[in-house]
Write a protein that binds this ligand. Structure first.
Ligand SMILES: [Zn+2]
Ligand SMILES: [Zn+2]
Length: 323
């Protein structure tokens, strides 16, 4: 169990689930909101109403370097942004915040009084797909892929950098001092006494960086699957049961669609989310997916998925408990 006061530690990525409902709050379910936390930054995956409560609930604080990813401009996915900014301002935030979302996101928020005393950057993505390299600022890259849902909808794939392990005997042999080794890893080369050394000549092994794929709202999408190849965690919407007539007409995915996406992408874990208010019992939905992709769970308020950055990757599932 995870309790209050647990720090986000390096060497682990934690995904905190808060809002898992489609369209509107329903019973215990909040509108879409999940948080990916590493030791360098946190990422909000959509910001439904009340999403800022998750930061407090999971004890993540209000002043961490933060990137917000908005999948599309349906109200359940972005209307929590103005209150989030308000709460962050009232908390005395000073750290920067970057909001990434579809075209017209900034314009959609113009009518709100977005007061803030901290650096705020809006980055609107355009086109069919692309990559934003935020390694310099937040420690990861983000791929975005247009999603077949509403116009200007996007899915996102977060990639943390690979972790190289160096051969220390080779480094000693070459006379590369300890203080220069960090620079070798960060830049791929280092110059010592006028001689240039390349990282590739000193590699013992590489741990591939964690990959987290987030579908947002979408119909099945081959481009998203292609971008998600090898994802450690795929968070995929599963709004309607495959048995539902509406699953055939609405621009959403069923648990079966999500499972097929995870299978094709060779994901390690599939987390279903964005459930229609017509379902109280989510076990039936998850069973539909497990017939195709057994490593499927459903998201709920308080679920924490933790993965190690080292390989072999270890993934822990926990329920957050207040203490
Ligand atoms: Zn939605
Ligand atoms: Zn939508």
């Amino acid at each position: 169990m995870v309790g209050r006061g647990e720090e986000v530690t390096c060497g682990k990525i934690s995904i905190y689930f808060w809002g898992v409902s489609a369209t509107r709050p329903f019973a215990e379910r909040e509108p879409p909101c999940a948080i990916v936390a590493s030791c360098s930054s946190i990422i909000l995956l959509d910001v439904g109403e009340g999403c800022q409560k998750a930061l407090e609930h999971f004890n993540l604080g209000f002043n961490k370097r933060m990137v917000v990813l908005i999948s599309h401009l349906h109200g359940d996915h972005y209307l929590g942004l103005p209150p989030l900014l308000h709460t962050l301002s009232l908390s005395g935030r000073s750290e920067g915040l970057m909001i990434i979302g579809p075209p017209y996101l900034h314009r959609a928020l113009q009518t709100y009084d977005l007061r803030h005393d901290f650096p705020l950057v809006f980055a609107e993505v355009w086109g069919v797909q692309g990559v934003l390299d935020l390694r310099w600022w937040a420690g990861f890259t983000i791929s975005y892929v247009a999603a077949p849902h509403a116009p200007l909808s996007y899915s996102y794939v977060i990639r943390y950098p690979d972790i190289p392990h160096l051969d220390s005997s080779k480094l000693d042999e070459a006379g590369i001092p300890r203080e220069a080794r960090r620079s070798l890893v960060e830049h791929g080369y280092v110059v010592v006494d006028g001689r240039e050394f390349r990282l590739k000549d000193f590699l013992r092994s590489i741990d591939p960086g964690p990959v987290i794929a987030y579908s947002g709202d979408t119909l099945p999408n081959a481009a998203f699957i292609a971008r998600s190849k090898g994802a450690d965690v795929m968070i995929h919407e599963a709004t309607f049961s495959e048995l539902e007539e509406k699953a055939k007409t609405a621009p959403h995915s069923s648990p079966v669609d999500a499972a097929e996406a995870a299978l094709k992408a060779r994901a390690k874990l599939l987390v279903l989310t964005h459930f229609s208010t017509r379902y109280r019992d989510l076990e039936k939905l998850v069973d539909e997916a497990r017939r195709i992709f057994p490593r499927t769970i459903y998201a709920f308020k308080g679920l924490v998925v933790q993965l190690t950055t080292k390989t072999p990757r270890t993934i822990f599932l926990r329920k957050f408990e207040e203490v």
